[in-house]
Design a protein around this ligand. Sequence first.
Ligand SMILES: Cc1ncc(COP(=O)(O)O)c(C=O)c1O
Length: 401
Amino acid sequence: MTDPVFGEATWTPGSPAVREQWRLDPSVAFLNNGSFGATPRVVLDAVRSIHAEMEAEPVRFFARELPDRIALARTAVAGFLGADEPGLAFVPNATTGVNAVLRSFPWQPGDALLLADQTYNAVKQTALWISRRYGVDLQWAKLPFPLETPDQMVAPWLEAASPRTRLAVVDHVSSPTAMILPVERILSALHDQGIPVLVDGAHAPGLLPLDISALGAEFYVGNLHKWAYAAKGSAILHVCEAWRDRIQPVCISHGYGQGLRAEFDWTGTADLSPWLTAPVGLDFWRRLDRTATDGLAASNHRLVQTGRTLVAKALGTDLPHPDDPALYGPMAAMRWPAPFSGDFRQVFDLNRRLYDDHRIEVPFTAISADSPHIWLRISGQAYNRPAEYERLAEVLKSGWR
Ligand SMILES: Cc1ncc(COP(=O)(O)O)c(C=O)c1O
């Protein structure tokens, strides 16, 4: 069947008809969907039309229509994520979802919170605040990288845990290394020790097939605005039934005490169009998925699979993990030849200079201040062309450092 928009039965990554679906600057090789996914035009148009409705009659919109419209959007999102609807709340972003859980958790002095060295920095900072505010110790699982198999990412959690561990924050897809963690196995190991788990799935919706209820984490946070094509400001928090009345939003408002959804649906007047238009992003995702030769995930993965080999060769460094789709999806990290100084200005400077010199957007990262290496991470999204990875490889081959 020919897709009415792409004009072809199947599409090719980065073809003009596909790129046209986004508003990206054509002069930039945008290889960083992972940090901030670019929102497709169809979603931006939907946001604009919601704004028109909101401003035509703000009281009708906010006071009379909004609750039902949020509920409709939530039903669509719950279906996509396999989430149990009464436990699902919208939040503006993963950081806010993580904060809601960590700041609501009934900490006692001397408790411990388990994280990983690869935990996203904003989450590390939230944990640091919890630690100082409540006298909670932080425990760090040291995840191996480079590595050979997903199994190697299970044991470090148990090695770092102790009988004082009250909660673990486990990434679904790690930000600095792009590794997909075997969360089912990690969850089962931590649950065997009686440790509840918050899964930070900031990258997961739209990147991995999800069945959040079946996964069985006590808490699950995911962004819809990275890989699920929602407008920025669209994310979810799922809370299992046993915890629902103990998790409050970061900002308390009218709905306090009236259940998870009432509490999270209204945290003061704000532009909630990113939530309302999330189903439009999911429809777009399904359309791309249906019309890709073997699905959207495989198409995005292939871009990165080829790209990472080109880039590692140009850098003269070894690939940090085998070519196993259980380990990585549409993002991959390659080792930068120079060592990490411990000062994060070094990685920000590389990102900035590469953009300034060559208009190529890729993040450079380091796992933590004491880690020896810098990693360069590439992303693959439907709008990317293979030629963009070749452009990056050419720049690196010419000696750009
Ligand atoms: C693992 C992880 N957690 C949390 C976040 C924060 O996402 P947001 O900025 O949308 O809150 C990110 C962002 O990249 C991330 O990679």
